[in-house]
Design a protein around this ligand. Structure first.
Ligand code: HEM
Length: 439
């Protein structure tokens, strides 16, 4: 296979930032002055509406909104047990893409594609281009499209997943299919649009610079031309917990998302990483579930804050459970108010999926906001690119069936896209993702 220090097609890889030694690059600016200016200018819209208890009258100006990020930071690709982009601290931007096989693609094409993609991902995560940006001959296009030249690695991780169809008859790989792996069944809450459903392969390219993640997706799809065809993509954004002192990000409904999530190695080992699978090639892998969830933002924005808080079971600004005062307080699902009613409603989002009420199970959520602009009726077309990782697809299926049937949030969301993929372990240097399937 291709030398990892060269491009996916054998050309010498170029440094993407040849004259820069890695340095801390400060991006983003404080919005404090802007907000202050707006307030002094008499814009009152920054004050949260009075309905809804604890947030009444509080403003959204934070005392410390300084934002720095190191765009020279990078993640190694080889020699890791697990692929990046799963346990990795979420970067700020993400391109999630699925691909379908070209009608003519056969087993050798798939093998070569996985080898070439692996070599290219290693180079991209290192902050280099996948080949010369300048054409080597006037008769040929450049090997790299060039838009990430000099941008730095920006903590890029590319996570490659294989769909259930990989293990069908087409490639002769049926004997490698893990027993737990098949297409997702119909689930409660499905409003799936075939345009955003399924796929033979997936690529999740996350980085702290949107152009770096898009460049990775674009050049990988270019390398795959003739073997795979891009099927559906989602561009995700969101201020993630990048850098010291960053807070839990908020999604477009305005609440913090990620307060209670898998964080420790013990939780990762119990619920995320596959170990002692019926398919030994998969140990160190995980199952990836993606859902494109449209939010009905106009309806949500007309709802009272107090009601919004009941829907999640959490306070909007602090993110505390309604039974506590601080974000990381443990929710008390048995607590009742003076009238004897549950403080956190049993059908609130967190009550339905918290491990306390769900046989102790957890999943690793790694979601981003997305927008597709405006819908045909002029409404805001936006929502959540929900991505979860778990070592058994049933963990997601159980949770979504509970949510889809009961969640107070259902009035405001629609699951319009879906896919499931298995993420093999990361390769050693000189090897490629999924190589064991072709041994
Ligand atoms: C647009 C859709 C969704 C939104 C806006 C949303 C938002 C939230 C928010 C605000 C929280 C509370 C903060 C936190 O602990 O992270 C939360 C928690 C959680 N959500 Fe969602 N979520 C969505 C969909 C889903 C789906 C589809 C699943 C799984 C099938 C899910 C599983 C969870 C879990 C497991 C928790 C942690 C509960 C706990 O342990 O307390 N969410 N979500």
């Amino acid at each position: 296979m291709t030398d990892p220090m060269t491009s996916a097609d054998g050309a010498a890889a170029e440094p993407r930032h040849p004259q820069q030694s890695p340095e801390k690059a400060a991006v983003g600016t404080s919005r404090r002055d802007l907000l202050r200016g707006a307030l002094l200018g008499g814009v009152g819209g920054l004050v949260v509406g009075a309905a809804g208890g604890s947030v009444a009258g509080r403003t959204l100006i934070s005392e410390d909104v300084t934002d720095t990020i190191d765009l020279s930071a990078k993640y190694p690709f080889y020699g890791q047990r697990y692929q990046g982009g799963v346990a990795t601290e979420p970067q700020r931007h993400c391109v999630f893409a699925t691909f379908r096989f070209a009608p003519s693609a056969g087993p050798k094409d798939l093998q070569l594609l996985l080898a070439r993609w692996s070599a290219a991902i290693a180079v991209l995560q290192d902050g280099r281009t996948v080949g010369a940006v300048e054409p080597t001959s006037a008769l040929q296009p450049p090997r790299d499209t060039g838009e990430a030249y000099e941008l730095g690695p920006a903590s890029l991780t590319v996570t490659l997943g294989l769909g259930p169809s990989v293990f069908g008859d087409r490639f002769g790989l049926a004997r490698f299919k893990p027993a737990l792996f098949s297409d997702l069944p119909a689930l409660n809450g499905d409003f799936l649009d075939p345009k955003y459903t399924g796929g033979d392969l997936s690529l999740q390219a996350c980085a702290d610079d949107p152009q770096v993640s898009y460049h990775a997706f674009r050049n990988l799809s270019r390398i795959g031309r003739g073997v795979v065809i891009p099927y559906w993509t989602v561009l995700g954004f969101g201020r993630a917990s990048a850098g010291p002192g960053q807070q839990t990000p908020r999604m477009l409904l305005g609440f913090k998302d990620g307060t209670r999530n898998i964080k420790t190695d013990d939780e990762l080992n119990r619920f995320v990483w596959i170990d002692r699978s019926d398919q030994p090639w998969l140990d160190g892998g995980t199952y990836q579930v993606v859902r494109k969830i449209r939010m009905l933002l106009e309806t949500w924005d007309a709802d009272r804050v107090g009601d919004q808080q009941q829907i999640f079971g959490r306070d909007k600004l602090e993110g505390a459970p309604l039974t506590g005062t601080k974000e990381f307080d443990t929710p008390d699902f048995a607590a009742r108010d003076a009238e004897g009613e549950f403080v956190i409603k049993p059908l609130a989002h967190i009550a339905l999926v918290a491990p306390e009420n769900n046989g102790g199970i957890m999943i690793k959520r790694r979601s981003y906001s997305y927008t597709d602009g405006l819908a045909a009726d002029g409404s805001l077309d936006a929502g959540l690119l929900f991505v979860s990782y778990q070592n058994d697809p049933q963990l997601f299926i159980r949770m979504q069936n509970r949510l889809g049937a009961n969640d107070l949030l259902n009035e405001y969301i629609r699951h319009i896209g879906s896919g499931i993929f298995v993420v093999p372990p990361a390769p050693e240097e000189g090897h490629y993702i999924g190589e064991a399937l072709f041994a």
